[in-house]
Design a protein around this ligand. Structure first.
Ligand code: GDP
Ligand code: GDP
Length: 454
């Protein structure tokens, strides 16, 4: 357990190459013990044995850079297991759904010796709705005797089971050839399992101008469709073309047709906001610039910050703002919006249409940041420099060392730091600031989690 095993500079391949183009993601899903980690290690060519060495790591979605036949891609080792069997099926289905949202191709791994189980069926059921290509992998086919068992997996309805032995490497080369056939060259846009338009939530306390803004946006440019065709229930989303692209404004039924305000609105407003955020990738939060920022605004900000969505702050009713109010507002922003200092700010008037078109580039930047992935090599080179210049403060007479960092997920970018000791909140904030200075991430939250290595 010497830390030299954590030296990773040579693991990421050539960072210059990795930076040139965004790489597509291959997700590996399946129930526990079918051999996902073994397969991931096999695909990576053993270099990143780190997967198995660190307790807890495989529980998260962690991505590694891989290459096959000259093509580079991310391999996402999905996890998130409830250790007990009770929540297992749900957990597998959820994992499959996450993969549908974040990956460009999916390997569903099944244990050929055990055969199809309820857990496998749950994954298959979730994946049936995927637009993402899915390849069924029959693992543990160590020799010909198991091949007959593996053939039984045709019954899962995902086509031909690709027979491999992750442990011995049997069939994994052919599998990777098949993967490259379905894996796109570049990551697709939008995703959300639909590959469709990017999803926007309009949030803000009542009367800030959400309906007015939606109408303005839909009217200003050609509104493609207001309602999703073919839905018999209340259509909830609006598709709007802005800046040459179609955007899906989620959960807008209530904005288009004002719902009478019942009592207990605050509670329902917060539920609505939560569900809209949940369905979105980027939020436009409206704030009434003509009035002091209120408690209600802060509650919405806090929901937005917790949601992990990309964010644009729209200061609306700018037509009512004079010089005095502007100065006052700046002070309020400093005081009240410190949870989201990274969010871009646009001053608009839904009423006159002032600057509403600026929302589009702001959303694009925010989503780019939200989707951004820093190659492991580049991340660790940067980290080494930062830490050499400013080491973390001592704790209990010992200097915690940061050994290694990896970006575990995007949407939002989430980094895992492996350390020999606890890192103080102040130092984490320092690292986040430096990370943002180096790599950007305008408009997106960034999460940093620390794993202390025993
Ligand atoms: P995960 O929980 O899906 O990540 O599964 P692991 O990769 O941890 O593998 C679970 C167990 O199956 C381990 O004991 C592996 O050694 C074993 N295993 C994985 N692949 C194979 C294989 O191809 N053949 C055999 N016989 N065992 C395997
Ligand atoms: P919502 O409850 O957030 O959907 O807010 P509405 O869109 O219904 O707007 C509430 C009130 O604010 C309405 O009377 C609007 O006409 C007004 N309003 C909305 N945007 C603006 C703006 O930019 N300037 C001015 N002066 N009034 C606005």
């Amino acid at each position: 357990n010497d830390e030299t095993e954590w030296e990773i500079t040579d693991l990421a391949g050539d960072p210059e190459v990795a930076d040139q183009a965004p790489m597509p993601t291959l997700a590996v899903v399946g129930r526990p013990n079918v051999g996902k980690s073994t397969l991931v290690n096999r695909i990576l060519g053993r270099r990143e044995a780190v997967v198995e060495d660190v307790p807890g790591v495989t529980r998260d979605r962690v991505s590694y850079e891989a290459s096959w036949a000259g093509r580079r891609f991310w391999v996402q080792d999905t996890g998130g297991w409830e250790p007990d069997a009770k929540g297992l099926q749900q957990s597998v289905a959820r994992q499959a759904e996450l993969a549908m949202n974040t990956a460009d191709a999916i390997l569903l791994v099944v244990d050929a010796v055990v055969g199809a189980t309820a857990g496998d069926e749950a994954a298959v059921k979730a994946l049936r709705r995927a637009k993402t290509p899915v390849i069924l992998v029959a693992n543990k086919v160590d020799d010909q005797r198991v091949e007959a068992d593996a053939s039984a997996l045709w019954s899962l309805g995902l086509g031909e089971p690709r027979m491999v032995s992750a442990a011995h490497g049997r069939g994994t080369g052919d599998l990777l050839d098949d993967v490259l056939e379905v894996l796109p060259e570049t990551p697709r846009e939008g995703t959300g399992g639909t590959g469709g338009p990017r999803r926007v939530a309009l949030v803000g306390k009542p009367n800030v101008g959400k309906s007015s803004l939606l109408n303005k946006l839909a009217g200003n440019e050609r509104s493609v469709v207001h309602d999703i065709a073919g839905t018999t229930v209340d259509p909830v989303d609006s598709l709007v073309e802005l800046g040459g692209k179609v955007w899906r404004f989620v959960d807008t039924a209530g904005l288009r047709r004002k719902v009478a305000n019942a009592s207990g609105t605050e509670f329902y407003a917060s539920l609505r906001t939560k569900s809209a955020l949940e369905a979105s990738e980027v939020a436009i939060m409206l704030i009434d610039a003509s009035q002091p920022i209120t408690e209600q605004d802060l509650r919405v900000i806090s929901l937005v910050a917790d949601s992990g969505r990309a964010l644009v702050l729209a200061f609306n009713k700018w037509d009512l703002v004079d010089e005095d109010r502007r100065l006052q507002l700046d002070r309020e922003v400093d005081r009240d919006l410190n949870r989201v200092p990274w969010a871009q700010r646009v001053n608009i008037s839904a009423h006159t249409g002032r600057a509403v078109q600026k929302l589009v580039p702001a959303m694009e930047t925010a989503l780019e940041s939200w989707d951004k992935r820093i190659p492991t090599g580049r991340l660790n080179n940067w980290l080494k420099e930062v830490i050499a210049a400013t080491p973390p403060p001592m704790r209990g007479g010992r200097l915690p060392r940061v050994l290694f960092a990896t970006q575990a997920t995007t949407r939002p970018p989430t980094f895992v730091l492996f350390t020999t000791g606890f890192l103080e909140a102040g130092y984490r904030r320092f690292l986040e600031r430096r990370l943002r200075e180096e790599f950007g991430f305008d408009g997106s939250p960034v999460r940093i989690s620390v794993r202390v290595r025993e």
